[in-house]
Design a protein around this ligand. Structure first.
Ligand SMILES: Nc1nc2c(c(=O)[nH]1)N(C=O)[C@@H](CNc1ccc(C(=O)N[C@@H](CCC(=O)O)C(=O)O)cc1)CN2
Ligand SMILES: Nc1nc2c(ncn2[C@@H]2O[C@H](COP(=O)(O)OP(=O)(O)OP(=O)(O)O)[C@@H](O)[C@H]2O)c(=O)[nH]1
Ligand SMILES: [Mg+2]
Length: 455
């Protein structure tokens, strides 16, 4: 990576804003060592901890602390890095940062240290994203999974598959040069076998990335059902507070209401929606439109039905929930069912998950919690070693690769080798976008601008 133009030297407070025990100002770039040595008023040896007073332009002490120097390329960014570890107060750190900027550093943009690590080849793009995901991880499982992605477990699988596709591309491109011969005499059988293997690997990776996306983003659960079934009451019961308005008027909820809840450390997003039914005024119809739209992004539909009449309720939502990957049926208001009427006519839900609750009395909520926690934790594969975080961007790229690979296979079956070669190239490029081997112009800016400053 020596052909990159000379970079300036960036600086930022690397520790979280606010008061802390210790705070770090970090510099990266060609002038980091010189600026650090000026502030610390001493030579800095690579990879040594030096006690120093950090001086202002007049030689007065801004702070005292520890100075570290990492010589390129053995540093986080791959450039010369200096860290000044002072006392963790916002005022003192701001003064220290202003001082290093007066000496020639520039304030870093969000994510700029990690962007440099990427540009220097220290991390690939999926790993750099994992750095941000590790910092943002809301629970220990998400943190572990981000850690694995940062260690390259996701990237390695993407690159292995990209290597397989490259081999297939080379094979197909070579066959193009002998286009007058039937493919079967050109190793067609072996080629088809490679396609099957790559296809299988891609499917497995897609499933793992989809789980990884859920690990990162948490389960997105949308509460739906007919009006008055108790959807908002259920949201309030799960959130443990009166977030949503509850009335006995059918059509109370109009807008979407998002609430993040943590069940034993596992985070999920709950969305309350307008009850689905025919008719309603303009506002209610807009609410229903939003509810149906939200379902398209749902990992789980929590279908709330009045336990006294589940079937008619189900009819009003059946179409809307058909495309959601998973459904959990909640039969609410069991407090209104007399005990000798213990089993209401269950709606036909094809053996899918069902729990009986009363949002009012709290009966059955423990079982609902347990089901939700299990769903948010994902299937057993998540818990197994090797789960890594991924992003929607990665899943999209894999889906595109999936389509192109399918196209290539069909084209090959029709001996349309040129088309197959192009589809394979597209599939290969889609994989390259994940690790950043291939990148669109605004992709980096988009990704790194969502990092925090100082990372
Ligand atoms: N003080 C401090 N702590 C930190 C960071 C940091 O920048 N500063 N990190 C920033 O995110 C993370 C650690 N990331 C790092 C990654 C590589 C190197 C590094 O110097 N690598 C060299 C030497 C490796 C070795 O000695 O084995 C290398 O890879 O060549 C340092 C920090 C978390 N903790
Ligand atoms: N008895 C009983 N009443 C309930 C229960 N859950 C909700 N209700 C009542 O049912 C009525 C409707 O509750 P909501 O939570 O507003 O229902 P919703 O599904 O959000 O309704 P919309 O927003 O209009 O679609 C209110 O009067 C609640 O008090 C329950 O478990 N038992
Ligand atoms: Mg409601």
């Amino acid at each position: 990576m020596t052909d990159a133009p000379a970079r300036d030297t960036i600086a930022a407070v690397a520790t979280a804003p606010g008061a802390g025990g210790v705070g770090i100002v970090r510099l990266s770039g060609p002038r980091a060592q010189q600026i650090g040595e000026t502030v610390a008023a001493r030579r800095l040896r690579p990879r040594h901890a030096h006690y120093a007073r950090f001086l202002d332009a007049d030689g007065a002490a801004i702070d005292d602390g520890i100075a570290l120097y990492f010589a390129a390329p053995a540093s986080y960014t791959g450039e010369d890095v200096v860290e000044l570890h002072g006392h963790g107060g916002p005022a003192v750190l701001e003064e220290l940062l202003a001082r290093v900027c007066a000496l020639g550093a520039r304030r870093a943009r969000p994510g700029e240290f990690s962007e440099r690590a990427f540009l220097e080849g220290r991390l690939d793009l999926a790993q750099a994203e994992a750095v941000a995901d590790l910092i943002a991880a809301a629970d220990v499982r998400a943190a572990r999974a981000a850690r694995r992605a940062l260690d390259g477990e996701f990237s390695r699988r993407v690159e292995a598959l990209a290597g397989d596709l490259l081999a297939i591309r080379i094979h197909v491109e070579a066959a193009i040069d002998f286009a007058d011969e039937p493919l079967d005499t050109l190793g067609g059988a072996a080629l088809r076998q490679r396609f099957v293997a790559a296809s299988t690997a891609l499917d497995a990776l897609l499933a793992a990335a989809e789980r990884g996306r859920r690990l990162r983003d948490g389960l997105h659960a949308v509460i739906v059902g007919p009006p008055n079934a108790g959807k908002s009451s259920l949201l309030n019961a799960l959130a443990g507070s009166d977030r949503a308005i509850v009335t006995d008027i059918a059509g109370t909820t109009r807008d979407l209401l998002h609430e993040t809840v943590k069940l034993d450390g596992v985070e999920l997003t709950l969305v309350d929606t307008a009850g689905l039914r025919e008719g309603g005024d303009a506002i209610e119809r807009e609410g229903m439109r939003r509810a149906v739209g939200e379902l398209q992004r749902a990992d789980l539909a929590i279908v709330v039905l009045d336990a006294r009449d589940p079937d008619s309720g189900l009819a009003s939502v059946a179409e809307a929930i058909a495309q959601v990957p998973a459904r959990l049926y909640v039969y609410n208001k069991i407090d209104l069912i007399e005990s000798d009427y213990a089993s209401p006519t269950p709606a036909d839900i094809g053996g899918e998950d069902r729990v009986f609750v009363s949002a009012r009395s709290g009966a059955g909520l423990d079982a609902l919690h347990a089901r939700l926690r299990a769903l948010a934790q994902g299937d057993a594969a998540d818990a197994a070693d090797g789960a890594f975080t991924a992003r929607a961007r990665h899943v999209d790229a894999l889906l595109r690769a999936r389509e192109e690979l399918d196209d290539a296979r069909a084209q090959l079956d029709h001996e349309m080798l040129d088309l197959a070669a192009e589809s394979l190239r597209q599939a290969h490029e889609a994989l390259g976008e994940i690790t950043g081997r291939v990148r669109a112009d605004d992709l980096l800016g988009h990704i790194f601008s969502n990092f925090c400053i100082g990372k």
